[in-house]
Design a protein around this ligand. Structure first.
Ligand code: FES
Length: 138
């Protein structure tokens, strides 16, 4: 379940910036298999845990997996954020090419940056990596 940092450092690419599946697949882990997770996992997530398959994240949109929203602003550019709105903590969700908070109307870009308040801060990034065809937390 836990991997040491040096093991992860080569493969872990994303903290706040989007990553490209093509670059990761070619440079680091193109043929890794994933094990132990199903594609529809929800709820708790931890480092290395599969969040979703890359093919399930719409280009120009995102999907919610538990408390994380995984986005793909451009083909192969994946990012993830906590769904917790920085305003008062409601759960944001994809709405078109934005992430929308239903409580008070804050809106965020697919890179987590703030479009419209009342929130005053961006979404909190979640580190993810593409491992083969999977987006995993890490
Ligand atoms: Fe999201 Fe208020 S909790 S806008």
């Amino acid at each position: 379940m836990t991997q040491n940092r040096t093991d992860l450092s080569r493969r872990t690419v994303l903290i706040a910036a989007p990553i490209t599946a093509v670059a990761l697949g070619a440079a680091a882990c193109g043929s890794d298999d994933s094990s132990g997770s199903d594609g529809g996992s929800t709820g708790q997530t931890s480092t290395g845990q599969m969040l979703t398959e890359t093919s399930k994240v719409p280009v120009g949109g995102g999907i919610v997996v538990g408390d994380v929203v995984v986005t793909q602003a451009k083909e192969g550019e994946f990012a993830a954020f906590s769904t917790k709105c920085p305003h008062q903590g409601c759960a944001v969700a994809p709405k078109g090419d934005k992430l929308d908070c239903p409580c008070h109307g804050s809106e965020f870009n697919l890179d987590g940056s703030l479009v419209r308040g009342p929130a005053t801060e961006p979404l909190t990034p979640v580190a993810v990596q593409v491992r083969g065809v999977d987006v995993v937390r890490g």
